[in-house]
Ligand binder design. Structure first.
Ligand code: FAD
Length: 334
């Protein structure tokens, strides 16, 4: 156990062996800004004032050359070797309601959703605590570093965790999930993480935008809205962006929710249309322009998918439609 002191506040928290500074801080209830937690986004940068840390991924893309030359580090990629003193931005809004926990879970079932997206269901001995839209880190056998996957289901006492994963060609984590993990195999889960979770207290109509494997957290948001009794008062407009007709998915899950086609609306679009597709074409954020009724600033937005799609959507919403950033909650799937 190492003591980490935060320079600005003199507050100290403990970091367990094998834990990163980010995870330990969040476990201690600190509001540490974070997005991906796996080295890509750079949201959790800090400066080491005193002490020593081990850097887990030296080339993590979340740091620029300038960051490195200024001695900045990523809290999600550093484990303390000694008691340390750090300078890091804290924000109460980044405190997690359910502090992340490390648990073990067993693969209990799988279902193919498309030709390259599969649902993996895991079972843990303890309850599955999270808010709709959050994600967990999965440690997979033989894979360096954890992989982030969003839960598609809702929190439950039975310990069910549902993930929907896209097979990435040459990807080491997704290959293990698809090709090597068998029913009954154990993995390490660490979570929940993430700030793009459902705000049940907000009364605005909701827009979900999912691209590719971004389906999982958006499905969780949709299910969460129903479970919290937000629908039918609150409408949900669910946009799904796929590359080709065979990639389109999600509708059957939404159809099983009460209010489908009355208060829950599904709009798929395909960016590289093929013969099998006669629906909307183009990028998913373009579909928003064509379809969404009324003033864009009247909605609450939840989005998940590839970083380019996230950037284009945020630009459209904030730049062209003046939607306040506080009404947009997203995870880029690096
Ligand atoms: C918040 C979040 C939620 C996500 N949710 C989903 C989801 O619901 N479904 C889904 O299909 N995908 C999701 N992803 C993407 C997923 O985490 C993986 O990036 C994707 O499955 C590809 O992983 P791979 O191991 O197959 O590919 P690889 O190319 O082998 O690995 C990609 C990722 O692994 C990490 N990584 C690579 N090298 C190292 C290293 N040396 N040390 C440490 N880490 C390393 C990096 O984060 C990198 O982006 C999510 C990503 C994020 C950030």
């Amino acid at each position: 156990m190492k003591n980490i002191t935060i320079e600005q506040t003199d507050m100290t928290f403990q970091c367990g062996d094998g834990d990163t500074i980010l995870s330990a801080g969040l476990r201690s209830g600190l509001g540490m800004p974070h997005e991906c937690t796996v080295g890509n986004c750079g949201t959790c940068k800090f400066e080491l004032i005193e002490g020593k840390v081990e850097v887990l991924w030296q080339d993590a893309p979340g740091l620029s050359e300038r960051d490195r030359s200024k001695g900045r580090m990523l809290a999600c990629q550093c484990r303390p070797v000694d008691d340390s003193r750090i300078k890091i931005r804290l924000d109460d809004a980044c405190r997690l309601v359910h502090p992340p926990r490390k648990i073990e879970a067993v693969l209990s079932g799988t279902t193919d959703i498309t030709h390259d997206i599969r649902e993996f269901r895991f079972q843990s001995d303890t309850e599955a605590s999270f808010i709709a839209g959050q994600f967990a880190l999965i440690n997979l056998p033989g894979v360096i570093g954890p992989r982030a996957y969003s839960m598609a289901n809702l929190a439950n006492e039975a310990g069910d965790w549902h993930f929907q994963v896209r097979r990435v060609m040459g990807g080491s984590g997704s290959s293990v999930l698809f090709d090597r993990l068998n029913l009954g195999d154990r993995v390490g889960l660490d979570g929940p993480y993430g700030l793009a979770y459902l705000r049940t207290e907000v009364k605005r109509d909701v827009v979900c935008i999912a691209g590719g494997s971004g389906l999982a957290p958006m499905l969780s948001i949709a299910r969460g809205m129903v479970a919290a009794g937000m629908t039918p008062e609150t409408n949900l407009h669910f946009f799904y962006g796929a590359r080709q007709s065979r990639d389109v998915c999600g509708e059957e899950y939404l159809k099983s929710l009460p209010g489908f086609d009355q208060t829950i609306f599904y709009y798929p679009s395909v960016s590289s249309p093929d013969d099998g597709w006669n629906g909307r074409t183009g990028f998913v954020h373009e579909a928003l322009q064509d379809v969404l009724p009324g003033n864009f600033a009247d909605y609450e937005y939840y989005m998940a998918g590839p970083p380019l799609m996230m950037r284009a959507s945020v630009e459209l919403l904030t730049g062209h439609h003046h939607v306040p950033l506080g009404q947009i909650h997203f995870d880029s799937f690096f």
